[in-house]
Structure formats: C-alpha cells, structure tokens
Design a protein around this ligand. Sequence first.
Ligand code: SIN
Length: 489
Amino acid sequence: MGGGIAGLCVALAAAPRPVVLFSRSRGAEGTASAMAQGGIAAAVGPGDDAVFHAADTLVAGACHNHVGAVLDLALAAPDAVQWLASLGAHFDCADDGRLCLGREGGHDRARIVHAGGDATGHAVMQVLAAAVANAPHVHWLAGHTLQAIGLSADGRVAGVRVRGDVGQVAPLAAADLVLATGGIGALFGATTNPEGADGSGLALALAAGAEGRDLEFIQWHPTAFASSSGRHLPLITEALRGAGASLVDEQGVPLMQGTHPLGDLAPRDVVARRLWRHRRAGGQSWLDARTVEETAWRQFPSVLSLCAQHGIDPRSDRIPVTPAVHFHMGGIAVGQQGESSLAGLHAVGEVACSGVHGANRLASNSLLEGVVCGRALGARLRSRGERPAPVRHWVDAGPEADSESREHITMHLTAALGPLRSGESLAAAMAAITGGPAMAGSWQGRLALALLAPALARKRSRGAHYRVDSTSGHNIRQGIETPAYGEIA
Ligand code: SIN
C-alpha cells in the first residue's frame, strides 16, 4: 500500500513474486516523493566516505538513531544512486561527467546528488513509476485507500479491504502487507506534505496492534513558502542555503548568526526553532538568495517557477518563509528487515520507524531510505510464499472525524507539537481532544493522542522534540547533553 518511492521499490524488488500495489495517487504525481526538492545523499565525492555520511546522520539525529541502520544506509547509498541511474535516472553532472554534489543542512560537505536540480523527486519517481508499470509481476491499482486489515485466528495479517475512487470495498487475501503510506503532515496547520499524508496508514497499523516508536519526533522544515494560502505549503529547498542563501529578518539581519556553528546550514531542528521563536516574537523570516551565483540558479527550476507564480524573482527579491511540518521520524516500529511487531505486516519509508533518522532526519536521507530499505524489504519478501490464512476478523482505524473535529485536532496538534513544546501545552491538547467525544472517537483523534502522549512523557529535549520546560539541558547530541550542540537557547 503506497505509491511513493518506498512502495515502488518494494514492488520492483519483490519480483517475481506477484504484487498488488494499491496507491491513492495515480502514477508518480501527488506523492511526497515526487515533490521532494532535495536529492539523495551519498558519499560519492572525492575524499568522502560512508562513515562521514553516517556520522552526520547521527549528529543530526541527536544520536537517537539505530547505529547499525545508519551505517547500512550510508554504505548502500552509492549503489542506490547507481541502481536508479541504471533504470534511467539522469543525475546532474558537470561538463567533465562527474556528479554535481550539493550541500544541505547538517552535512559537513557537499554530498547530495540531484536529477533536474530541485526536481529530483519528480525525476526519480518518473523513472520508477515507468519501471513498475512495465513490471509483469506488479498489478498496480491507483486511486485506492486501505480501509481495514484482516487478521487470522492466530493474529497475523490475512487480508486487506480497500476502497477505490468510486467507493467500492474489496476484500483481498494477503499473507504479507507492506505499508508505505508516508507521513502525517496533513494533520497539521502548515505542512510541506501532500493531502494524502494524513497518517491513516499509521493509525490503522496501531489499531491492528502493531507497535509504534518515537511517535513524538516530528520534523519541521524551516523554509516552506510563506506566500501560499492554505496549509499545504510548497517547499523552498535547503539546497539554496547550501548554494549561499541565508535567512534574515525583516531588516535583513541574519537570523542564524551566533545561533549555531554551522549557521544557515545547522541541522533542521535548530533552524526551525530559531525561526519559530522569531515568529512568536512577531517577526517574519525571509530567505535572501540574492547572493546565489547566477549560474547556480539552473539547479533551482522549481523554486524559480513557484516564486514567479507569486510575482517574486528570488535573484532580486527575498523569499518569505515559515516553518512547516515536513517529516515524521517516528512511525510503525520495524526491525532492520522492515518487519513490524504484527506478523505479516511490514512497513517502509516515512510511515515506518527503523531508527535510521533518530530524533531529526538529516537532509536528503529520505528518498535514499525509500530506495535502500524498499529494495531490501522487497528482496526479503520475494522468497516468502506463505498462503494467507482465513480472515477471522477485520480491524479498521475507527470513524473519520467530521470537518469541525478535524479542524480542532489540527489546531491542537499544531499548537502542541511545534518546534517548541511544553508540558502545559501538550497536556492541554490531550485534555481537549480526550474531552471532545467527536474528536476522541475518530481515528484522527486517536492518532493525535498517540503522538501527544509520548511527547508529554519525554521530558527532556532531543532533536526535533524540544521542550522549553526541560529541567536539565536542552538537547542531547553526540551522547552528551549540551545546549543543543552549541545552539544558543
Ligand atoms: C529540502 O530540499 O530542503 C528538503 C530535503 C529533504 O527533506 O531531505
């Protein structure tokens, strides 16, 4: 279930085992993967090494990561890039044929490969979607959502019920179900995620008894485009800061100066907090990209076109930006093989938590995770040939919240699970949702409580979970409790 990068890679790698791939989106469009402006992090440059990539992943993740998973990811990254190229992805190269490498927050060097500049997600998804469409073992049914999981008498996955665009509900026997349903951003008041990233896959897995992990760790990207209306905000890629842009206030004063040794390229949680504080003090934030060299702009066609639609030329005007929910580090708890605690249920990509991202994902590690972990999971499932057991009972996530309750849940989540959190606001959000039967009874309300409860319980700050009422220190990085890795609180 899921037509983003992770789902497509599982489907391809499972050959020749027959796969039924359900997705909400049609083709590559409408997925968070296709919207990704960042690229794929891989230690392919001169002097770089997977160990340095892994070290940056751990530092960004506040060492809350699973170290083995991080090393596996970093080691597999160059091969993932090569595999995508072998399928037809054209990564951006210099005139001498070498890969162009960009830099993003938290990386100690330029390490990000792009395809079509800031349209990497789109380019890579086109190639993968074409490969899946041509794969004889995959039956791809777009426009479908997962409604319920069927469990056998001994409590393992035995089937799924899905709903198509026209509302039909079809039961299907299945011994293995892979959830690759993406993130939760659509539950919040500002997000870079598409509408489909509503957490419904996670909610269903939790309702069926799968364990969740690190659900409180939610990444806010500092630079969503602030001029858009509505809550789905386009991204202004961090790679622009890698190319020399900087964050400034309304007077043009640099916002990140003195905040962190890496300045504008500090890990994302640090930058998002700085901008959030500024905003709470009544200020506005801008990305000043006028310093980006003229020749570098060809790497940013998506940003140029978005800005043009709003009458902004970022070569001469500043871009208004605001933090927005971007990525969920937590999710369905899975082992290194993508297996959840519920037999027959597997998860991969953003809906899963293998521990690879720790408390804060390093930039451009998510497309990478989708490819590496998706292919590994597909390969593992290839050789399993169990017949599905009969379904004893069906589990769904619960009723859908009405529109008013959804608005309230969004409001409470956004207020409590922002870049800055406090026990008081977390408890208030939980009380409000629990006290409203229409909210508490809905699957969105139950999921919201599942996110809020561990955030309330985790009293110390770590990575993207930053408690302003933390009693000791402000963050843990490199295993040492410090004021957020040099950050000025
Ligand atoms: C970005 O381009 O700023 C986002 C990249 C990512 O989320 O890894």
